[in-house]
Write a protein of this length. Structure first.
Ligand code: CUA
Length: 331
């Protein structure tokens, strides 16, 4: 589909191994936690490969040595084989891998990070609400973080269980209704990282994408300051008309626009649109944020994402232009 942002499908470990240079490969870590997880990945891969080769070699040996009509092995020897190869060796291997996994988990838990930036991430069907409580900023689907500084993501869910996974930065962690958990991430370098929902949460689970933008601290602070401002005033008559339509068609009952002074209490169901035009993507990292795509998204969101919670809006041509002009003014 035109305008679809590539690579929003969650990856299996197998395809991650094949796509090492992708922006979402766990085998191309961009953080210390990611590097520790990558090491464990290779350990698991190496041990499993060794076991596979050993089992195949044993099978080939038995096959080649078989003598049709020959005497079967003694019962005692057969029992010894079952005990050693079927219980003791697998037991030792599994215990070793369990220990390695527990050690990795404790190394990436990152308990002590006093200077961490706190960011609230709330999972919704099917998008991410992102809040910077200290700055009073609310945005969606694009997580800006300062590079080289720990960020504590405080996770919650508004509906069902979701799971956040930014493969290059950290392992995945569930967002569970009624429970709060936290994930400490840190990007070593400025850059862009893809994130996903990694827990099936409904029809649009596969397209619940997240864009993580790690920026140098001053750039991040400048972005945060801009986001903290209320929405821009509508610049011209068309945009002002669009603002009226935003209210007439009840968009404001779901979408909040800070500083817009709508007649009803601010909506919370859909993404905050205060600075919509400053975002790169629409529809949870799925579509480019571009005029034609924005217009078709407003008219028929189910065309791009069947099952999405936003209803279609029937608009005359001029109305659509006006509404899009208003939304594009929200810089
Ligand atoms: Cu949210 Cu899957």
């Amino acid at each position: 589909m035109a305008g679809r942002v590539g690579g929003t499908m969650p990856l299996t470990v197998a395809t991650a191994a094949l796509a090492c240079s992708a922006p979402h490969s766990a085998l191309e870590p961009a953080s210390q936690a990611g590097a520790v997880i990558e090491t464990l990945w290779w350990v698991l891969f190496g041990v499993c490969l060794f076991v596979l080769v050993a089992v195949l070699a044993g099978w080939a040996y038995a096959f080649l040595r078989r003598r049709p009509g020959g005497e079967p092995e003694g019962e005692g020897r057969a029992l010894m084989w079952i005990l050693v190869a079927g219980a003791i060796i697998p037991g030792i291997i599994l215990a070793g891998l369990t220990a390695a996994t527990i050690r990795t988990s404790s190394r990436i838990a990152g308990a002590g990070a006093a200077d961490a930036l706190e960011v609230d991430v709330v999972g919704h069907q099917f998008w991410w609400e992102i809040r910077y409580p200290e700055a009073g900023v609310v945005t969606a689907n694009e997580l800006h973080i300062p590079a080289g500084r720990p960020v504590r993501l405080r996770l919650a869910s508004a509906d069902v269980i979701h799971s956040i996974w930014i493969p290059r930065l950290h392992g995945k962690l569930d967002l569970t209704p009624g429970r709060s958990t936290s994930l400490l991430i840190e990007a070593d370098e400025p850059g862009e990282y893809r994130g996903f929902c990694a827990e099936f949460c409904g029809q649009q689970h596969a397209l619940m994408g997240l864009l993580v933008m790690a920026q140098p601290e001053p750039e991040f602070q400048a972005w945060l300051d801009r986001q903290a401002r209320p929405a821009a005033e509508s610049a011209d008559d068309e945009a002002r008309h669009g603002r009226q339509l935003f209210i007439r068609y009840d968009c404001h009952l779901c979408h909040r626009i800070r500083g817009a002074n709508f007649p009803d209490p601010p909506g919370q169901t859909g993404p905050d649109l205060t600075h919509l035009a400053s975002r790169r993507t629409l529809a949870a990292g799925t579509l480019e944020n571009e005029r034609g795509i924005l217009a078709s998204w407003v008219l028929d969101p189910h065309g791009a994402k069947p099952g999405v919670r936003m209803p279609a809006t029937r608009l005359e041509r001029e109305e659509l232009f006006a509404l899009v002009a208003y939304l594009e003014g929200l810089r």
